[in-house]
Ligand binder design. Sequence first.
Ligand code: SAM
Length: 249
Amino acid sequence: MKKFKLLVASNNEDLNQKAIKLSKKIKLPFAGSLEDLKKSHEDHEDDFLLVVSEDLIYLKKGLAGTSKPIYCNFCKWSKENKRNNLVRTMRGLPQKGVIIDATAGLGRDALILSSLVERVILIERVPWVSALLEDGLKNSIEHLPYLSNTRVICSDSKKFLLNLKIKPDAIYLDPMFENTGKSKAKREVQALRDLTIQSNEKELLEVALKKAKDRVVVKRHKKVKNLAGIKPTFSLTGRVVRYDVYSIS
Ligand SMILES: C[S@@+](CC[C@H](N)C(=O)[O-])C[C@H]1O[C@@H](n2cnc3c(N)ncnc32)[C@H](O)[C@@H]1O
């Protein structure tokens, strides 16, 4: 599998200090401002850049203007979210409930989950993904106040769940799955595939099943087998995705 480089950049020199601070926090090298990178004539076509701009942090592939920014655009996504199978998998949970999204990624699914219960905890182990999530939440709360029930924790979920004192009502897992069939993955999903590594999902599911109070929900491509070969209580299958629901009795 091809390895991609990820560098932190600033949108302009005035933002260098802010970008350097972020690069230290997430332990990635700072490459300079976008203007400097363009002047250097280095070929960054295959690199990903995490750009600190005035208003937001975004991910971009290469320096070309044609590469669209990737960021947690909760306001836009909130208009796209319809009642879908993910909502159905959480039916019956108490409104005062707690859901842990243990593989938060860029938070598209978490946005749906946060409209269903009182508290949603997002766990993401990759520091730069976690930084995008925090930035996206900060920028959207004014327009989507219900997102204030959502907290991001940068940690490995297995470790986090093992140390957890409370029992969340539901734990949601969306481990990365490879592209199956001809359909092209969304840009955000493809970027995560290019830049993050897969974890031991079997162990994560086993821990989740021990820690959840009511259910564990796992998102899969409809054509792939159940995670770790463990049979769910029931599944909801859509056009591309299947949700495997494990009820805790
Ligand atoms: C397919 S993405 C999730 C996409 C997400 N559901 C969304 O709607 O944007 C999987 C994410 O889970 C994270 N991840 C995988 N294993 C993890 C673990 N053990 N602990 C925390 N995060 C994990 C990866 O870094 C990646 O960002």
